[in-house]
Design a protein. Structure first.
Length: 631
């Protein structure tokens, strides 16, 4: 299976969205498409489905869309429910219509065999059983039930009709149906939106083991890190391909930028030197020939383009705290929260400067806790108290503005009437609201713009305690990184609810984990929490196995084996990346502009030699670790 777009472009009227698309999907590829909001990521997914959106790009290659094999594409927005009066489980079972038909046939043959043991029927029955096994007939029920439960539906929900579910739940049902249908190329546009961490982790594992190709548009960096092996970045209407996961892409992008900038600056310096020589001697008869030769050297050069600066335009702030809080910021004792009934019982203490991340499944009480702490809803028992001089501010994910008809400027001035116009414009500019932007009405703002405006107003007040409910919703990756930098630099105390594990891992130094029947305070980062959880899960697995059958391997041995396995896998990935880098350098060496330059060839050869030495060292580590595993 292979799908390729060569030198394509996409335009709407006179506006070019993407000017040169060179994009390839191979069998089993796990591809991420990343870039700023509005750069054309979702548009590209639609164009993969509908090739009529594509036209010739600005590149030199001939435009074309090439498909090898009979490729089945799966895209969430293609899925429509034909009958809203059927149950959830009936809709999901449509994916397995071939298996269910075969299942019915097997049952019919079994009935026939009770009265007739004809050899022809026996053979037909045996063949049907073989096909049933080949089609995973014995496991398909478990497969779809697991997916349904992991997406937060109950056994009772399975028999509800589709029209009984909300819009968000119907989207989840459509996503379940899509991934279980297992198309050759699975196209996913922000699949983790509105999913809780438990569901995201299950989807992550499912997609990682998916046997066919996947193309994902997502702002969830940890999700991408764990799944993809190739990244296409869209920036300045062009696409660039990178090998590896999201973290590898970030490293490669920075290295490529720094190398191109260095090459550009070196070449510009050389051109300037040659021109200075030519200018000095061009009018001297004895030196004119030499001067002309310098100009010809410049003419023959293949110019290195100045690299585009990273598209990192985002928000920042230098707002100060209005006052310092005492050391104890918040004490929560046996606090019972909920609406009609109690859904959680919570106790913890929070001290000045701590950044508390709140994580857990949907509906367990995370947002309810923040609403209780801001007294938007009453508590059901227990108590909480803020410490000395605590000045709190609350970011509500619903972002309900007082007057949607107001412009950005009017909304901000309404909150801060005593500021001068210069102070107001300066504050708004720090959150990317410039000139015409401040005249936009609130009702016309995008989700990301509303987040920026709300954060701008909150931070301008200078609170020393921030309560943030899903602040990364609607932000692109650069926006999330900007918010991370802002919160890391913030000297006050933070309580933040988020499903973005990458964000939580970077920000939080303590966690409040909402689980099925309890809420646990953990003093550490998300990575440390997951490591502890992994150890506990391994202990449980070990204990269970020990009860079922005696085992010579201790828990510590199993843990050590897993540690070695992980290290082996990491070294294999490192070797693979270094080999890919060597191949990339070798391709550069044979290019016309490089193969005649002794200096460049020498640099390339040194780089290859260093990489080969590193590979040899890694191979020795790999062999040593495998020996340990055997022992």
């Amino acid at each position: 299976m292979n799908y390729k777009i060569v030198n394509g472009s996409i335009s709407y009227g006179s506006e070019t969205i993407l000017e040169e698309i060179n994009f390839e999907i191979k069998e089993k590829d796990k591809i991420a498409i990343v870039g700023r909001n509005g750069c054309g990521k979702s548009t590209l997914l639609k164009a993969i489905i509908d090739n009529s959106m594509l036209e010739e790009g600005v590149g030199e290659n001939k435009f074309g869309v090439y498909k090898q094999g009979n490729i089945e594409l799966g895209y969430l927005k293609q899925i429509q429910f034909e009958d809203n009066d059927i149950s959830l489980v009936e809709e999901i079972r449509k994916v397995y219509s071939d298996i269910i038909l075969l299942e019915n046939k097997i049952q019919k043959l079994e009935s026939e065999l009770q009265n007739n043991s004809d050899e022809k029927i026996v053979k037909e029955y045996t063949n049907a059983l073989d096909r049933y096994k080949l089609m995973d007939g014995y496991t398909y029920k478990k497969e779809y039930e697991t997916a349904i439960f992991k997406f937060g539906f109950t056994r009772e929900d399975m028999n509800k009709t589709l029209n009984e579910f909300s819009g968000g739940q119907r989207t989840k049902i459509a996503l379940i149906k899509l991934i279980l249908s297992k198309p050759d190329i699975l196209l996913l546009d922000e699949p983790t939106n509105h999913l809780d961490i438990t569901t995201i982790e299950w989807l992550e594992l499912y997609l990682k083991n998916y046997s066919k190709a996947i193309v994902i548009v997502s702002h969830d960096r940890m999700f991408l890190d764990k799944i993809v092996n190739k990244v296409y970045e869209i920036e300045y209407a062009s696409m660039t391909e990178y090998t590896g996961n999201y973290s590898s892409f970030e490293v490669q992008k920075r290295m490529n930028y720094e190398k191109q900038l260095k090459d550009y600056e070196y070449q510009q310096k050389e051109i300037k030197r040659l021109r200075n020589i030519a200018d000095r001697f061009r009018y001297k008869p004895t030196k004119a020939k030499m001067a002309l030769s310098k100009l010809k050297i410049i003419e023959r050069m293949k110019l290195v383009d100045e690299p585009n600066k990273y598209d990192l335009k985002s928000f920042s702030t230098n707002f100060k705290l209005s006052k310092e809080s005492g050391n104890l910021v918040l004490r929560v004792q046996d606090l019972k929260i909920g609406y009609d009934e109690i859904i959680a019982d919570i106790s913890f203490e929070l001290y000045k400067g701590k950044k508390l991340g709140i994580i857990g499944a949907n509906g367990k009480g995370k947002s309810t806790l923040l609403k209780t702490l801001t007294q938007a809803i009453p508590n059901k028992g227990g108590k909480f108290e803020y410490g000395y001089n605590v000045d709190k501010a609350y970011f509500d994910q619903q972002m309900e503005f007082k007057n949607p008809e107001y412009t950005v400027l009017e909304d901000f001035e309404n909150e801060f009437p005593n500021l001068t116009i210069t102070q107001t414009r300066s504050a708004l500019a720090s959150f990317m609201f410039y000139s015409d932007d401040i005249e936009k009405q609130i009702k016309l703002l995008s989700g990301g713009e509303k987040v920026r405006l709300e954060l701008c107003k909150i931070l301008k007040r200078g609170p020393n305690l921030l309560l943030l409910d899903e602040p990364t919703n609607h932000l692109d990756i650069v926006g999330k990184e900007s918010l991370e930098n802002l919160l890391q630099a913030y000297t006050g105390t933070v309580i933040v609810v988020s499903h973005d594990r990458y964000f939580i891992n970077k920000i939080a130094d303590a966690l409040l984990v909402f689980e099925e029947n309890k809420v646990t305070f953990f003093d550490g980062t998300y990575s440390e929490y997951m490591e502890k959880k992994s150890d506990e899960d391994m202990t449980k697995t070990y204990t269970k196995q020990e009860k079922e059958k005696s085992s010579n391997n201790s828990y510590l041995e199993n843990k050590e084996k897993n540690r070695i396995k992980n290290k082996i896998k990491r070294i294999e990935n490192e070797i693979e990346n270094k080999e890919a880098k060597i191949k990339q350098i070798q391709e550069e060496m044979v290019k016309e502009e490089n193969c005649t330059s002794y200096i460049k060839l020498n640099e390339f050869q040194n780089e290859i030699q260093n990489l080969e030495e590193e590979i040899e060292q890694k191979m020795q580590e790999w062999e040593d670790l495998n020996k340990q595993m055997d022992e």
